[in-house]
Design a binder for this molecule. Structure first.
Ligand code: UD1
Ligand code: CA
Length: 459
């Protein structure tokens, strides 16, 4: 079976942070995840991650998703792959893809097409390359009549070789058995005194095998980040590419300021995305919505014809024709159904809000099941937490919750029931009833005048 060795041992000193380079994020996702995602999309799931610097962070991130192996000393890319020999030995039949965990833009098209070339040319190794106007720093591809003859590193290259504009992306397909053989013959006789993985090419050619190169149509496959500026550049490239894809799909942007859309986000035709909007994770937005300005939507599904204005929404579902905002937070586990209106300074948490219900302002609905056509007055609070446990409220269809009502959970307000303004509801309210909990109003004539004498008074 074909498999992957993913090099993730790098430190990224110039980032000035003590985390492994592949753990830096592009559009909110680690570079490691971008690379893993491209593998999974290509149907490759037998992956061994070579870790090095701060390996515990890689362990913690991956959990038991994939096998890892530790490169204790950083002695070069060849040495890094050597650490995976026990993994390779488990099945030496197929091919092995070697990838760098800090080059996030490798894509499944490049992976699949290069494998096809690798197989059809019966190569022992096929290097994934790109053509660039600025090859500085990369290994240069030396072509031969029937493939390639070697890769020369920048530090080992002659002036003439430095002019070559086809460069090594750092990604390769190897026949697994031949890779194992070549790794055993690597030496450190080069300008950097390292085990270069690129030397396997020379070794395999010497054994009479074929070495080829696949030029990727995606020039970004070579890109990585050495410093924060480089990382920002990767973010910008990814951001622009994704926005371009959505433009092609009929999504409307009148500007792109502050708009960041994760690579897995899906957006329907005719939807407008306004400035400052961040869409993350597994978010799906329907057609003809207006999202923004300044929304954050994470791992959520939004239907069609919905308008979100200054809304933050996490792990929730919002249906069709809903209007929310400004300044609203929808917290995990919520389901906002068709036609709901939610106004300013409202927080909804782990609750269902039924069709056409209105929650106009200054309200907290937590751990509640709210029916359809319910009206919330201003300042309603579901009192769902007693400092120890959380409880649910049920508010049935057509209920009318007066301003400043406290609903002390667990409590049910029946179908069509009213709660009077300022009421603290502690018992279930039957359908069609009114609950009113208000002390007798007392007015003491003249009382305040006495008080006022002792205070500074505006004449
Ligand atoms: C390498 C290639 C070069 C190519 C470039 C693409 C070699 C000798 N050169 O150069 O031809 O153009 O990548 O970016 O392979 N790593 C380890 N352990 C090590 C050394 C490296 O895990 O001991 C990992 C790094 O974390 C990184 C990858 O291998 O993910 C590439 O290493 P890097 O040092 O960036 O390679 P370059 O010298 O830039
Ligand atoms: Ca209140």
């Amino acid at each position: 079976m074909d498999k992957v060795v993913l090099l993730a041992g790098g430190q990224g000193k110039r980032m000035k942070a003590e985390i492994p380079k592949p753990m830096f994020r592009v559009l909110g996702e680690t570079m490691l995840e971008w690379v893993i995602g491209a593998c999974e999309e290509s149907g490759l799931s037998d992956i061994c991650v070579v870790k090095g610097y701060k390996s515990e962070m890689i362990d913690e991130y991956l959990g038991d998703r994939y096998e890892t192996v530790l490169q204790e000393q950083r002695l070069g890319t060849g040495h890094a792959v050597m650490q995976a020999i026990p993994f390779l030995n488990k099945d030496t039949q197929g091919n092995t893809l070697v990838l760098c965990g800090d080059a996030p833009f490798i894509d499944s098209g490049t992976i699949k097409n290069s494998l096809e070339l690798h197989r059809s040319q019966k190569n022992a190794v096929t290097v994934i390359t790109a053509k660039t106007d600025n090859p500085t720093g990369y290994g240069r591809i030396i072509r031969s009549d029937n493939g390639i003859s070697s890769i020369v590193e920048e530090k080992d290259a002659t002036v003439e070789q430095k002019k070559i504009n086809e460069i090594n992306s750092g990604a390769y397909w190897f026949r697994t058995a031949d890779l194992i053989t070549a790794l055993g013959e690597l030496t450190t006789e080069n300008a950097q005194g390292e085990y270069y993985l690129t030397d396997t090419i020379f070794i395999l050619l010497n054994k009479g095998m074929n070495a080829g190169a696949y030029i990727s149509e995606n020039p970004n496959v070579v890109l990585g980040a050495n410093d924060r500026k480089g990382l920002l550049m990767l973010n910008n490239i990814a951001r622009e590419e994704i926005i371009e894809r959505h433009l092609e799909n009929g999504v409307e942007f009148t500007c792109t300021d502050g708009i960041t859309i994760g690579r897995d986000v899906i957006i329907g035709e005719g939807t407008q995305i306004l400035a400052g909007t961040v869409l993350r994770g597994r978010t799906v937005i329907g057609s003809n919505c207006v999202i923004g300005p300044d929304c954050i939507i994470e791992n959520s599904t939004v239907g069609n014809d919905t308008k979100l204005n200054y809304v933050q929404c996490f792990d929730s579902v919002i249906d069709n024709g809903v209007k929310i905002g400004p300044f609203v937070q929808i917290r995990p586990g919520s389901h906002i159904m068709d036609g709901v209106k939610i106004g300013d300074f409202v927080e909804i948490k782990n609750s269902v809000i039924g069709e056409n219900t209105a929650v106009a302002h200054l309200t907290y609905v937590g751990d509640s099941d709210v029916g359809g056509c319910v009206n919330f007055g201003c300042g309603v609070v579901t009192v769902n937490y007693d400092g120890d446990k959380k409880y649910r409220c049920t508010i049935e269809d057509n209920a009318f919750i007066g301003c400043n009502t406290n609903l002390v959970a667990p409590v049910t307000v029946g179908n069509g029931a009213y709660t009077a303004a300022g009421t603290t509801v502690v018992n279930d309210v039957p359908a069609g009833a009114l609950v009113l909990d208000r002390g007798k109003t007392i007015i003491k004539e003249g009382y305040a005048l006495e008080k006022l004498k002792n205070r500074k008074k505006k004449q």
